[in-house]
Design a protein around this ligand. Structure first.
Ligand SMILES: [Zn+2]
Length: 66
């Protein structure tokens, strides 16, 4: 028996808790990212694939250039 990849447990890097909410979205520049929010300690992170994105990087990407 093996777990499907999509249900792999995401752990909070701050408290190691597994009560995390994960939301997939696409930034305005087309980058697919996952927003992970910990329900135990309120820690929030952004992931692009297996990489953790600094919050500042996400905000820059999310800005609309006009
Ligand atoms: Zn946490």
């Amino acid at each position: 028996m093996s777990l499907a990849a999509s249900t792999a447990l995401r752990r909070c890097p701050a408290c190691r808790g597994t009560k995390v909410t994960e939301i997939s979205m696409t930034l305005t520049d087309g980058s697919p990212v996952d927003f992970v929010s910990c329900r135990s300690c309120e820690h929030k992170i952004w992931l692009q694939g297996d990489r953790t994105l600094p919050l500042g990087s996400v905000l820059t990407k999310a800005q609309k250039r006009r």
